[in-house]
Design a protein around this ligand. Structure first.
Ligand code: ATP
Ligand code: PRP
Length: 213
């Protein structure tokens, strides 16, 4: 008998938006990660289990084969790199954009035109570096793990690179979006080796995702 397949998901919006896709394939997950402290969850399909990991750790579990497949935002994937990974299906969930934002009283265009060296806080150091390098701008990047919006308010930075959806978080903190770097959605991510060796077992689940995406 073949081994069980492991699907890596993060709790919160990715888990919540993936559940209807699994439900359409007749699969339900045994526990609610918001209520249970369990990190390995059984499903109604004995050939599938779900593990709950941090959103930014999803590619790591899949790359090293601890999970066969999973769901991760393009922001997370681009930052992690695609080594050992295959991401064939855009699921169209958890849609947002990666943007540059500054205090609403900061003249970003003038600063750029004058060639000012800006301090930028972000969780997405690689993508921010690439964006500003493409614009020919010199920036000092400071890595943060969350609440990037605070950076320009307390003098840690001139600008942030973060995810924006409704814009409410920026507005609540008197920041304005000045550049969209890229549109983001979540992808189905598969371990490359599993995709070759366990294709027959994976295929029904990949089809289910492809049909609902
Ligand atoms: P970690 O726990 O690893 O720090 P996180 O807190 O960013 O990650 P989530 O907030 O659950 O994790 O976000 C998961 C994914 O959802 C992100 O990688 C991104 O692709 C997408 N996302 C983030 N913020 C939003 C948003 N406001 N609206 C829609 N999608 C979003
Ligand atoms: C994300 C992102 C922004 C916010 C943007 O945070 O880091 O802070 O969403 O969304 P909005 O434009 O609709 O306000 P999230 O809600 O995921 O919080 P977290 O990263 O702290 O978990």
């Amino acid at each position: 008998m073949s081994e069980i397949l492991t699907l890596a998901l993060s709790k919160g919006r990715i888990f919540e938006e993936t559940m209807p896709m699994l439900a359409k394939a007749g699969i339900t997950v045994a526990d609610d990660p918001e209520k249970s402290r369990k990190l390995i969850l059984g499903t109604s399909n004995p050939k599938l289990r779900v593990i709950i990991v941090r959103a930014s750790d999803v590619p790591t579990y899949i790359q090293y084969g601890a999970a066969d497949f999973g769901v991760a935002g393009y922001d997370v994937l681009a930052e992690h790199g695609m080594d050992g990974l295959y991401a064939p299906i855009d699921l169209g969930i958890a849609q947002c954009r990666m943007s540059v934002a500054v205090r609403d009283d900061f003249d970003y265009l003038s600063a750029v035109r004058q060639g000012a060296r800006l301090k930028v806080v972000t969780k997405y150091v690689q993508q921010a570096r690439e964006h500003f390098a493409n614009k020919g701008m010199h920036v000092d990047l400071i890595k943060l793990y969350g609440s990037m919006e605070l950076g320009p308010l307390v003098g840690l930075a001139d600008a942030i690179v973060d995810l924006v959806s409704t814009g409410n978080t920026l507005k609540a903190n008197r920041l304005k979006e000045v550049e969209v770097i890229k549109e983001i959605s979540s992808r189905l991510v598969i371990n490359q080796a599993a995709y070759k060796r366990r294709r027959a077992e994976l295929q029904p689940f990949l089809d289910a995702f492809a049909q609902t995406a």
